[in-house]
Ligand binder design. Structure first.
Ligand code: FAD
Length: 478
């Protein structure tokens, strides 16, 4: 028996409500906190640029928090199995604890590690804490996985949610050699496209807690009624913190319950917010039972969908130059901030798959690279939901009209004017459909369609019909 346990941090970059860390501390042994950047093995789902920006800042924050608590976060880059074995040797540790992950490659890695480390007499233990309920805990009466959200969420709420774990005193292990975070070059340079992201985000556990408190104090009251309006700050913006594990869903749940008790008027809004956390749970449930979800259409008939791969269309969508202001605003918000409002994510995703007939995977890939909350489960399931190919998906024939979506959810045009300044001087009447504005109105707004702002990339009615025809093709072929 040795007196050191390695606590291997992964997508759980926090010190509180961390079951693996608390279990290690309760063993009464010294804890060696370690993060491994294991990104050299070829993997299509290698962390995207925006996630790497977040990771840099999150690790920097975690390093400071560990230091303040009396320890030292060790950073290493390379293959996890090799590094864990090497560090066990250097530190004399005979045990590795970590939080479980659910991506197919991560689960496979955990199984291999169990064997590799086990053969060296190193114990390897995984803990929960990333989800409210572990996959497999919530099943249908027949014992199968749920494929529809509402009964899944009902069943989830029948199972007690454990409160956050109480922290135990920690004894940290002596320092061993660590990489320098800056040497990992996770931040973009030449160009530094994330230059202003610090204005929008505060990665790290303290930033996550601050955001949750601000949201529950000031914004949650607006959540149920205004969460669909992208110009209004009515959602939590917790997704990147949740994705990187800087806050646990159980901590959020406990704070929500406290809020409901303190203020019964907040009941509806808080429950609505909790149900969105439920969608995150559902995505992980689906990923666990259907690990192909990020890559293949859940509904088999979509395998034959006549997508029309077109680089030019995809590029104009990515750059926010489609000529549909609400779509362009969303894509530019994404580029400028690393996020996009949920309502607009649905609009731009529908536009890509249905108006432009591009495969949902090309949109999923772009989001993977550009979102700070890029998450294999939520991203894959959401893209399939919008495309109509997923479990419990929106029906294919429900094709968002980008003009009416803009008019409904950005009525005064504050969101579009912020991100698409070329059309900012148009009156509201034409803001979401500049091509309908008479020449004098365009002139007054200093807008030259086709020069200062693009003509629409496709005609809505024609594109809608083409999408329905494409769907008919797979409907008839089954
Ligand atoms: P809030 O409205 O405050 O919701 C609270 C939390 O619930 C979120 O932080 C998130 O963790 C979870 N949540 C909310 N909606 C969903 C949902 N539909 N599915 C799963 N979890 C949800 N979310 C990601 O976290 N990562 C992604 O990569 C991602 N990709 C998406 C791609 C598309 C095409 C679409 C339509 C949605 C995607 N979402 C993704 C879901 C959703 O848009 C974001 O979770 C949400 O916009 C984050 O903002 P928020 O934290 O203010 O959300």
């Amino acid at each position: 028996m040795t007196d050191t346990i390695i606590l291997w941090f992964r997508q759980d970059l926090r010190l509180n409500d961390h079951p693996a860390l608390e279990a290690a501390a309760r063993e009464g042994k010294r804890v060696l906190p370690l993060y491994i950047l294991d990104d050299e093995t070829p993997n299509e789902w290698r962390m995207g640029g925006a996630s790497r920006w977040w990771l840099h800042h999150s690790l920097s924050a975690l390093g400071k928090d560990v230091l303040n608590a009396g320890g030292q976060l060790i950073l290493r880059r390379g293959e996890a199995a090799t590094i864990l074995q090497e560090l066990c040797e250097v530190s004399g540790a005979d045990t590795v604890y970590c939080s479980r992950r659910y991506e197919p490659w991560a689960s496979a890695q955990e199984k291999t590690l169990h064997q590799t480390l086990g053969s060296q007499e190193i114990a390897f233990k995984r803990y929960g804490g990333t989800l409210l309920h572990e996959p497999g805990q919530v099943m249908t009466q027949g014992g199968g996985p749920f494929k529809v959200f509402t009964p899944f969420w009902r069943a989830c709420q029948r199972i007690e949610i454990a409160p956050p774990v109480t922290p135990a005193e920690k004894h940290w292990a002596n320092r061993v050699q660590s990489d320098d975070l800056d040497d990992w070059a996770l931040l973009p340079t030449a160009p530094n496209w994330a230059e202003s992201w610090g204005d929008y985000w505060r990665p790290g556990e303290n930033g996550a807690q601050e955001r949750l408190h601000e949201f529950l104090d000031d914004e949650v009251a607006r959540y149920a009624d205004e969460r669909d309006f992208p110009a209004v700050e009515a959602t939590s913006r917790l997704s990147p913190h949740l994705h990187h594990g800087e806050i646990s869903p159980r901590q959020i749940w406990a704070m929500c319950e406290q809020k409901r008790l303190e203020n019964p008027h907040s009941e509806t809004a808080v429950k609505k917010f909790q149900a969105e956390i439920g969608w995150r749970e559902f995505s992980y449930h689906l990923l666990h039972f259907f690990p192909g979800i990020p890559e293949t259409s859940f509904k088999e008939n979509f395998t034959n969908f006549p997508w029309q791969a077109n680089e030019e269309r995809l590029r104009r969508w990515q750059e926010g130059n489609t000529g549909y202001p609400i779509v362009d605003a969303g894509m530019r918000e994404l580029w400028a901030t690393g996020t996009m409002h949920n309502r607009v994510r649905m609009v731009v995703a529908s536009f890509l798959c249905k108006h432009l007939l591009q495969h949902w995977r090309s949109g999923e890939d772009w989001f993977w690279d550009t979102l700070v909350d890029a998450d294999l489960a939520s991203n894959g399931c959401s893209w399939q939901w919008v495309a109509g190919s997923g479990a419990d998906a929106a029906p294919y024939f429900r094709i968002f009209n980008p003009v009416t979506q803009g008019e409904k959810f950005d009525k005064k045009g504050e969101y579009v004017r912020r991100w698409v300044p070329e059309v900012a001087k148009l009156p509201n009447k034409y803001l979401h459909k500049p091509w309908e504005a008479p020449a004098p109105v365009l002139k007054e707004a200093e807008l030259e369609l086709g020069h200062t702002y693009p003509e629409p990339i496709v005609d809505h009615r024609d594109a809608r019909q083409a999408a329905l025809d494409a769907y008919e093709h797979i409907r008839l072929s089954n």
